[in-house]
Design a protein. Sequence first.
Length: 553
Amino acid sequence: MDWFKLTYTVLGGLGIFFFGMKLLSDNLQAASGAIVRTLINSLTTNRFSAVFVGLVVTCIVQSSSVTTVMVIGFVNAGLMNLTQAIGIIFGANIGTTITGWIISFKVSKYGLLFIAFGGLAPILIKSEKFKYLCNTLLGVGFIFIGLKYMSSAFAPLKTDEGFMSLLVYFTADSYLSLLATIGVGCMLTFIIQSSSAMLGITIALAVSGAINFQTALALVMGENIGTTITALLAGVGANTNAKRASLAHALFNVLGVLTLTTFFWSYKELVEVLIPGLADFTASDGSRPHIAAHIAAGHTAFNVINVLIFLPFLNPLKNIVVKILPGKDKKETKHLEFFGDIENLSPAMALEQAHQEIVKMADLVKISLEDTKSYLLSKERKLNEENRVKKYEDITDNMQKEIMIFISKVIEKPLSQLQSVRSSAITRESDELESISDYCDSIIHYSSRRFDDNIVYDLETLKELEYLITSNIELFDLVQASIKNKQHLDMEKFNTLINAFNKYANTIKDNYLQRVKEGKYPPLASLTLSDISVSLRRIKNHTVNLAEAYVRH
């Protein structure tokens, strides 16, 4: 037995397999971004719709771990509740089984065919959607080639006495042996950090004849526990509800495995009945033509059975994790809610997170505008409003930088044309919101001179300032509502308000110049009033820019 050759062939095959999975996942995500976005936005508290969303999204991203990490991020950001999250996790466990069916084909036959078509077709056809299709086929091709290398490397193991003697302890023909095999599957999945890759290795071992169907089925059950460790790690540092979501994922899979171990051999026979041909049948050429499909079916059946068993108990499961991890979530609000490594987020999910940050940023800016109005028109200094506007200016400045960094990482991924446009729009929205917050802080600063120098504006001047700041708030409210509710902006109403603002602002400018000529205000008061007026016009301009950025979506 040449162990060195076996090791580098397996690792090389695994590397090709991982590359294929990434190609497949990235291009499915890029092509299906609009679908993912629609699914997220359609979430309700209905447990069945949540399961469906988890299933479809996981089929697209090709990883239940990725979906679960995304879900934890959304729970952490307050974009979904714990019940929705658990439902999505249930669906993700079913959705991830699609990988097993993809790799259960006769890998030795179709790998090069997919690579040939995926690599050569884009030379003739330049369509963006066709490019995603070709790259997806390339990914499938590399998955098949990687599995072929792993299967060929594992083939000598079935005649190796050392390996076969070790395998005696992991045949899953007794309850203790079953638990030991499940433990091995769990441990190896934790090491590799990918249940799909471990499933590929399991199928490769089974196809090569190194392990039988019963052992493979037990390994798959262990892989379902191992994959939850990624989510548990992702929950570290998150808020209480996000930690509960990761714990719910682990509990669901562990309880599912323990439940199924009680009737494991009946479950094995059920899969044998469902899929034609005996799983351990060996053809005259030494191949095992049925075992890959049996493993894929076993993986699917395991997760479907678990969802059917536990879906009625979704609320009790939620109550259990709440009792295990008690906490007062309302106090755990943060201003920056980006969560997890961008590598674990599909572009659609990442852009949705970024959009939600824009929504939160707009909420802060709205408060700043209201406080600025109150402070500007007040006859006495209000330190609470002054400090709050300054605090929110610092927060929005930090959020704008975070969004810029986040989006710069998103655009490194394969994006559709629509996603590219949306990423640029989100970046500009954050810029405009941060600028509006800056000018609110500037107006507070200019207004504070009045109180320092005991300047009192006449009633007419205060009315003019009130009109400008109130019109700005009305304009901002229109854009903010569209951003928050993802609705079309009423441009007719918006433009009417802009025209009225501009017309009145010009009148105010003439009135102001006349008062300066008449000497109604001392030089410092005149300068202060001018600075405030300019800042109010700049807020209007940035609100217009914010609207233009939003309508680009």
